[in-house]
Ligand binder design. Structure first.
Ligand code: ZN
Length: 241
């Protein structure tokens, strides 16, 4: 393991130690106080802004030198075997080229809570996952991570511009992306890329406004929901305002 990784690991170990001594934040009461829902142990002490800075730092590392770092999986696995304290939830695309742990700098087991599906959309199962992450596990930051050349978004664009139809459950899945495509249809630039950005922003807004649990935590200043776009070529993540 390189020096960069050693430094990073030491910082992470210090962080985990501090987190272990910190107060348990979060909202067990949201889930009726049922301890059965919680994975046990203290929650993260990071704020949403600190979590966002950590993701940005990790992605910068991934862009600059992804080959330099490797996860200390053996130690990390032991540390989280009896509980988890993730500090970010990523709603990402199922696309095999966008694994959240890697694009944010080689994050370890127990660090981020992830829900993935083609097109990074939010259905009931994903919303429940997000609510569990913040409402029970105390995750302060939720990121909707779209990406360059997303096949699901491209399919939605083809449905709008060419009347394309899709079999099975793919059609209804793609249909959910169509409002975002229509919203940017007449904008200059690449339709798929504009729709990727628009869809991620709409999904972030949906999470922050449609879920009573998340909207309550957002109003209390305990949770932030942001949209982002991953660049397949550069490896960089752009957080969308
Ligand atoms: Zn995709």
């Amino acid at each position: 393991m390189c020096n960069v990784c050693d430094d990073k690991m030491m910082a992470r170990r210090r962080f985990l130690g501090l987190a272990g001594m910190g107060l348990v934040a979060g909202s067990m009461s949201l889930m009726g106080g049922s301890e059965a829902f919680a994975a046990g142990g203290p929650k993260t002490t990071l704020t949403a802004d600190q979590a966002l800075a950590k993701l940005k730092e990790g992605n910068a590392k991934f862009v600059a030198g992804p080959q330099l770092c490797e996860a200390d999986l053996l130690n990390a696995r032991a540390k989280v075997s009896h509980g988890q304290a993730p500090w970010a939830t990523i709603v990402g695309c199922a696309d095999s080229r966008v694994p959240p742990e890697l694009v944010f700098g080689g994050l370890n087991v127990g660090e981020i809570f992830i829900a993935r599906n083609a097109g990074n959309m939010v259905d009931t199962a994903t919303m429940g996952t997000i609510e569990y992450g913040s409402g029970v596990l105390g995750v302060p930051l939720i990121v909707v991570l779209g990406h360059q050349s997303c096949g699901a978004v491209a399919a939605a664009c083809d449905a709008v511009t060419k009347g394309a139809k899709y079999p099975g459950s793919i059609g209804p899945m793609v249909k959910e992306i169509i409002p975002a495509v229509k919203a940017v249809k007449n904008m200059p630039g690449d339709l798929v890329d504009n729709a990727v950005r628009e869809s991620a922003k709409r999904t972030a807004l949906k999470i922050a406004s449609k879920s009573p649990i998340i909207s309550g935590l957002v109003k209390e200043g305990k949770v932030k929901v942001v949209a982002a776009r991953y660049d397949l070529e550069k490896g960089s993540v752009e957080f969308l305002g």
